[in-house]
Design a protein around this ligand. Structure first.
Ligand code: ATP
Ligand code: MG
Length: 357
């Protein structure tokens, strides 16, 4: 088995949180008798500083040969100059493209003890545990675009395209994941208005009927879905949707748990290595202060074990350990709300997860 894990700590709090995830993975290796080969490579601002390139060739080569990639975050004010030749974020876009990562997975799980951090009432959000699959390399963001005319007649357009194969591969991936969870899949589209959505709905229904008849399946229009996420988020299991709808809905949903510091994500392609990262950014305002919450990155490491290394039991052990430290009352400052006196550091939080394991 390929057990080579590439670490891309990146910028800001990236190195601090990736280190805690690495320590957690080492503990998992010890407990379950695995060996992971870690190697660390440069991406983002630090790579620009040292090589002039946000994604140097050695990083690309290492990622291609890896089983999986764990990324911290890229970017920060130091590289924000809009006139700069290259930006840290370009490194991230390029690696996604190089690896053909067409599916973006975002679990939205609310830890019940943190329900009072949610902007919604606890009785509405309690039990929320959704896994979004957003199509990442097609749809309107990659459609043909252009402008014509001038003055009041100036017109701009952008086309939305989906092919049968693009829909099939992401619906299959999402349906597979549903089988390992509560066995329910919801596909979100706008088939009452958009032609690509009609194709999406037809192809998804075929895939589900022919290959996943055991999975409970329904379809929801994107505008309804935006409402359901606010009034009954706990009723969804796996949700699959296109690029733009997924972009908007996952940002909406990421607010439900009330803390960015707890949310991981994954980007997967066909067979090759997956890329795992927290959804939050490099948080330059708190970098180097040992106050960053490492749990999103630790949960990303759990996703990595599940989706790229096939280590389900090990992934669940990490998730259980994270739930355990939350239940024990451990809080980094972002989770501590009014009571900062009892908050723990990045390293203490990581060590607590390791101890649970
Ligand atoms: P992006 O880089 O994706 O554009 P952003 O710059 O808008 O994101 P973040 O870097 O995610 O935002 O930071 C937003 C706020 O959340 C900051 O105040 C940051 O300190 C805080 N934050 C982000 N991640 C964490 C974390 N892991 N622990 C604690 N606080 C965090
Ligand atoms: Mg940022």
């Amino acid at each position: 088995m390929n057990s080579s894990i590439v670490l891309l700590p990146g910028d800001g709090i990236g190195p601090e949180i990736v280190e805690q995830a690495r320590l957690v993975l080492l503990k998992v290796a010890e407990r379950f008798g695995h060996t992971f080969d870690f190697s660390s490579h440069q991406i983002g601002g630090i790579a620009i500083d040292e090589t002039g390139d946000p994604l140097p060739q050695p990083t690309i080569d290492a990622c291609r040969n890896a089983a999986a990639i764990l990324l911290g975050a890229v970017g920060g004010p130091k590289w924000d100059d809009p006139s700069a030749k290259t930006r840290p974020e370009a490194g991230l876009l390029k690696i996604r493209k190089e690896l053909g990562l067409f599916a973006n997975l975002r679990p939205i799980k609310l830890f019940d003890e943190l329900a009072d951090a949610s902007p919604l009432r606890a009785d509405i959000v309690k039990g929320t545990d959704i896994l979004f699959f957003r199509e990442l390399t097609g749809g309107i963001y990659f459609g043909e675009s252009g402008t014509s005319g001038s003055g009041e007649e100036e017109t701009a357009f952008q086309s939305m395209t989906y092919s049968v194969s693009e829909v099939k591969r992401i619906v299959r991936m999402a349906a597979q994941a549903a089988r390992g969870r509560s066995n329910r899949l919801t596909s979100v589209d706008k088939a009452n208005v958009l032609e690509p959505s009609r194709l999406w709905r037809r192809v998804a229904a075929e895939v589900m009927a022919n290959e996943f008849a055991d999975v409970q399946y329904d379809v929801v229009l994107v505008d309804s879905m935006a409402m359901h996420l606010i009034n009954r988020p706990s009723e969804f299991d796996v949700v699959v949707t296109g690029n733009m709808f997924g972009d908007i809905l996952t940002d909406e949903a990421s607010m439900l748990p009330g803390s960015l510091g707890m949310l991981p994500s994954a980007s997967l392609g066909d067979g090759g290595p997956g890329l795992y990262e927290p959804i939050h950014g490099s948080a330059p305002d708190i970098a180097g202060k040992s106050v960053a919450n490492p749990l999103a990155t630790i949960l990303a490491a759990a996703m990595m074990l599940r989706h790229s290394l096939g280590l389900t039991e090990e992934a669940e052990a990490i998730e259980k350990a994270v739930a355990g430290v939350i239940t024990d009352g451990l809080r980094t400052p972002d989770l501590a709300r009014g009571d900062q006196s009892k908050s723990v550091s990045t390293e203490e939080m990581g060590a607590a997860v390791v101890a649970k394991l």
